[in-house]
Design a protein around this ligand. Structure first.
Ligand code: HEM
Length: 578
């Protein structure tokens, strides 16, 4: 019997599809079997994420829809770490909850060195010859050199020196100095900005709140870090920096210059500006002047941390090009997360009825009504504003945290992780775990929670003494069926307490363990001050609340930082009457 034309085609299609179907069935069954069998005494490696195409594995799904792919896999594997087959690398995803806490606790047996080197090369453009300085240093970040590196030149211990200086010079007195400078510069800029008329009777329409905030915060933070000259020498540096930031995912995809000439050109431009600032500072700075060398701040290099880095670069014999790349990296770490996160805090204050008045009531007492100066420690202790700060991080941070095991028999959550493998985790998913977070009462009208995890709830991190539904973590279901709650008032806020107790495994925007973000104290003060000062100085209204409500974290930036809004939010602002 002869097959019809259609039958022939179907048979051919089935034969072509068969290997893929078999691969999918095989990897799915294997994953399920390994997960169910568990790994007693760490004898098994984590189960693999199922895939359809042999060799390619999960590469396409991971590269084209990272957020969706990891979300689906986390649903499948729960708290079990899983292997992702991407290229030749052995990659394990470490889920939120106990596994990620264990990863942070085991800092001593892990390193972030390989991925740091990859980021320096791919994102910030360090040439291969300079990478040798990082490759050769296996002495670790602790003050005591790792085994085998006891006699290693202490001046070449770049990972340790960087770790020590960052944590020392972004805390204590240096932190206080940096915050005061940020506040002074930011306040000065808001006072002078030509975007908002001087008269308190006149409104100014701004097409994009994020654009405005980004510009003001970036100038203030960059000058407090790098001194007075960077924008004088490169007036367009802010635009160059944000263009560079918008191409971060392209750099991480490792496309060569000929395939993404624009992204490379943009980075060259930003690097050229950093080099101009560096050249000016190194030519004019008097390194023999001890007072200047020890100052918390001087106008050429800026904050003490930047001078400490320069000494480290010199001792490590890094080229001028590499130094510029490293400083661009520092500027990126300083600005690229904190500014989008601040936008979400500010925007959601104005999207929530009654919230601007509550925040103003809470913060006004911290400001001197005559001079406008304020007490940053008092501001940072205010529960409502601190809850908004935490919620902005929970809502927007999607930054990949990476580690490599240092020991051959490394185990995590009972699973064996190969030496040389890469472990990654991302706070985005823990922050959106519906089974963990409190999502508020169930609305009678819709039968749905009032504050789902993908929405911003200013009060999520607050406990109100007379509200059993308050507090960040999920309550017993019976609590949610209790009587309708009332909107919170200024009086309620006075009794509220901010809490992060019990959320560590689900809320780690700054990473954790010994590699935790050294800039987290500055980030908190900067965000809180940026919001409070702007609200004190200006009245603000959303011009198009519907568009503002639709603004969501832009997935095009996933998984490389706090996600900015996916659309412009127009506002109008006018100066408050003194
Ligand atoms: C909302 C704002 C911020 C977020 C969400 C954030 C998040 C992070 C994360 C997740 C890491 C990696 C931690 C790990 O591997 O466990 C990191 C590292 C780092 N952050 Fe932040 N960060 C923020 C603000 C800042 C600021 C303001 C600065 C500088 C003043 C800064 C400087 C750094 C540096 C230099 C590193 C690398 C440290 C190292 O290699 O040891 N960050 N940050």
């Amino acid at each position: 019997m002869r097959l019809s034309w259609l039958d022939q085609r179907l048979t051919f299609a089935s034969l072509v599809a068969l290997p893929f179907i078999l691969t999918f069935v095989f990897t799915t069954v294997k994953a399920r079997w390994i997960k169910r069998a568990g790994s007693k005494n760490g004898e098994h490696q984590p189960p693999p994420a199922p895939y359809t195409v042999p060799v390619l594995g999960n590469t396409v799904a991971f590269a084209t829809d990272t957020e969706g792919f990891l979300r689906r896999m986390l649903k499948r594997f729960g708290e079990t770490p899983f292997a992702v087959l991407v290229g030749a690398d052995k990659l394990y995803y470490v889920p939120h909850g106990q596994p990620v806490l264990e990863m942070f606790k085991n800092s001593r047996d892990m390193t972030a060195k390989p991925l740091t080197i990859v980021a320096l090369r791919d994102s910030f453009g360090i040439a291969v010859k300079d990478l040798a300085v990082f490759f050769r240093d296996g002495s670790g970040i602790s003050s005591k050199p790792a085994e085998g590196f006891e006699d290693y030149n202490p001046d070449h211990r770049i990972f340790h020196i960087q770790h020590r200086d960052l944590h020392l010079l972004l805390s204590g007195v240096s932190l206080d100095e940096m915050t005061s400078r940020f506040v002074a510069k930011y306040t000065g800029r808001l006072d002078k900005t030509s975007e908002i008329p001087k008269s308190s009777d006149e409104w100014a329409e701004l097409p994009d709140l994020y654009g405005f905030l980004r510009n003001e915060m970036f100038h203030a933070a960059t000058e407090s870090l790098c001194g007075e000259h960077i924008f004088r020498l490169s007036p367009d540096f802010a635009r160059q920096f944000w263009d560079f930031d918008s191409k971060m995912i392209t750099y991480l995809r490792r496309l060569p210059r000929w395939m993404s000439p624009k992204a490379w050109r943009i980075r060259d431009e930003a690097l050229a500006s950093v080099k101009r600032w560096r050249k000016n500072a190194s030519e004019k700075f008097d390194s023999q002047n001890e007072e200047l060398a020890n100052a918390e701040y001087e106008p050429l290099w800026g904050a003490k941390i930047m001078r400490a880095r320069e000494i480290m670069f010199t001792k490590s014999e890094l080229s001028d090009d590499a130094r510029a790349s490293l400083d661009l990296g520092m500027l990126w770490a300083t600005n690229a997360n904190v500014i989008p996160a601040t936008l979400w805090a500010l925007l959601n204050i104005y999207l929530t009825p009654g919230l601007p008045a509550r925040v103003m009531a809470e913060t006004s007492s911290c400001f001197d009504s005559e001079t406008g100066s304020f007490d940053i420690a008092a501001l940072c202790s205010k529960p409502l504003l601190t809850s908004i700060y935490h919620e902005a991080l929970r809502y927007s941070v999607a930054l990949t945290i990476a580690r490599n095991p240092l020991t051959p028999d490394f185990k995590l959550a009972g699973w064996k992780m190969e030496l040389g493998s890469l472990l990654i985790s991302n706070p985005w998913y823990g922050g959106r775990d519906t089974g963990f977070w409190n999502t508020g009462r169930v609305a009678a009208s819709s039968g749905r929670p009032e504050h789902p995890v993908d929405s911003f709830w200013a009060e999520r991190f607050l406990e109100y003494p007379d509200d059993p539904v308050s507090g960040p973590t999920r309550k017993d279901e019976s609590v949610y069926r209790s009587a309708e709650g009332k909107p919170k008032s200024i009086e309620d806020d006075k009794k509220a307490k901010v809490t992060t107790a019990g959320v560590q495994g689900h809320f780690y925007p700054y990473g954790g363990g010994s590699k935790i973000c050294p800039g987290r104290f500055f980030a908190k003060q900067e965000m809180i001050a940026a919001v409070a000062v702007l609200m004190q100085k200006f009245e603000m209204e959303l011009l198009d609340p519907d568009t503002a409500r639709k603004a969501k974290p832009d997935q095009a930036f996933f998984p490389a930082g706090a996600l900015p809004p996916d659309r412009a939010v127009p506002v109008r602002m006018k100066r408050r009457k003194l």
